[in-house]
Design a binder for this molecule. Structure first.
Ligand code: ATP
Ligand code: MG
Length: 391
């Protein structure tokens, strides 16, 4: 029945002269997400985007893909009617209602638009006459202009369109409209959710993963690649930087007090992530940190890891409870992968009693023991990084 979709987007933030940037980005993101599914025609018109579907397209698959495109507020499946002549048009709209709503016991409101101001009926006349036709044909239906359970929309252009169904989109802003940021992506539950949330505000995502072979296995790395792939359904392609962190970790282990290991390690992760971020034009870092979740995420610890970078660090989960994060992870389908039991580079060297209130003075002092080799090691880690393009 449906050969097209009408895409509506939220108005917030898209008014004024930047509107076209938003619309073009949304159109491009829709094209990207549908390209693997077939030859869809995506066009933009005032305030909305139209998608015409190829013959034999898969409805479910198409809706599912569109529900991953940030910036879409509503997805309306549209029936195209190849005429603008009144009699066959009313007939076709009636047929649409007939088929789409087997139970006619509902209230409705007609809405209409015409692009040609010379069309023999004005928009209000289209509503009145079409409504009257439907009431004659389906006497169980009732009009309710204030609170209808169904809005039947008819648009008359060079041909006609009818739609009444609304599927909710994911909301947010189209990726690509709000700069780029570097996600510190681990194999856990939190960081993929954090990346998803920031991408939802229109931010393009690059990622970095700190790998510690042989303490962390190839499978642990593959898990991170898999997670990047899962969120790339929403974020678009991700450039994943894999940093070999083993030597740095061992060096810290050798030189610094063990209860400070996690904090110092996290500080080096942030420093390296910021360097890569700068090189690749990112404007901020993103982490999955949440206050108090673990020893390295108390306010003291966060202050300590935050100190080493000058770029803004976005922590969208900062005030979320674990269960709330898990709920999002389940919804975006990363949870099952995140809980696979592969070792994490932070857990390998974790002390029995890590500091929970690290003092900046003490941490800075401990880091001085690394002075001899650490810069060289950071440089080596940066230079030898592996880049994986995930999509
Ligand atoms: P997650 O579930 O995201 O792994 P977590 O609860 O395990 O988080 P931590 O291990 O303290 O928390 O990590 C906090 C944040 O630091 C992570 O959300 C992630 O952004 C970043 N991070 C931790 N380990 C790594 C890693 N090996 N590579 C890249 N980023 C990491
Ligand atoms: Mg983790």
């Amino acid at each position: 029945m449906y050969k097209a979709f009408l895409i509506k987007y939220a108005e917030i933030g898209i008014k004024g002269k930047n509107r076209y940037i938003f619309e073009n980005a949304l159109r491009d993101q829709i094209k990207n997400s549908l390209r693997p599914l077939g030859d869809y025609l995506v066009t933009k018109e005032q305030g909305r985007i139209y998608i015409e579907c190829p013959d034999g397209y898969d409805y479910e698959e198409t809706v599912e893909a569109l529900q991953c495109v940030f910036g879409i507020a509503q997805i309306c499946p549209v029936m195209i009617i190849d005429t603008i002549e009144w009699e066959p048009l009313t007939q076709a709209v009636g047929d649409y209602v007939e088929e789409r709503y087997p139970d006619k016991n509902f209230t409705f409101k007609m809405e209409a638009k015409r692009s040609d101001k010379n069309y023999p009926r004005t928009s209000p006349e289209i509503c009145i006459d079409m409504g009257a036709y439907l009431l004659r044909r389906f006497p169980e239906m009732k009009v309710d202009v204030h609170n209808p359970s169904v809005r039947i929309m008819v648009e008359v252009r060079n041909r006609s369109y009818v739609y009444s169904e609304v599927i909710m989109g994911p909301g947010g802003m189209p990726v690509g409209t709000n700069g780029k940021a570097m996600l510190l992506l681990s194999g856990g539950i939190d960081s993929p959710v954090a990346g998803y949330m920031i991408a939802k505000r229109g931010v393009t995502i690059d990622a970095v993963y700190f790998h510690a072979p042989p303490y962390t296995s190839e499978r642990a790395k593959q898990k991170v690649v898999d997670l990047a792939k899962l969120i790339s359904k929403y974020t678009g392609p991700i450039k994943l930087n894999v940093i070999n962190f083993t030597d740095i970790q061992l060096y810290i282990y050798e030189k610094c007090p063990h209860e400070e290991l996690t904090i110092i390690m996290r500080r080096y992760m942030m420093r390296i992530a910021e360097k890569i971020a700068e090189e690749s034009g990112c404007l901020g870092l993103i982490t999955g940190e949440s206050i108090g979740q673990v020893a390295s995420q108390t306010l003291h610890s966060l202050a300590s890891t935050n100190e080493v970078c000058s770029m803004p660090v976005y922590r969208p989960l900062i005030a979320f409870d674990k269960q709330d994060i898990v709920d999002i992870a389940e919804r975006i389908n990363t949870y099952e992968t995140s809980i696979l039991p592969f070792e994490d580079c932070c857990t390998i060297f974790v002390a029995k009693h890590p500091v929970t209130k690290p003092s900046l003075k003490v941490i800075r002092h401990s880091e001085r023991c690394l002075e001899e080799k650490i810069e060289e090691m950071v440089k080596t880690a940066m230079d030898s990084r592996e880049i994986v393009f995930v999509q």
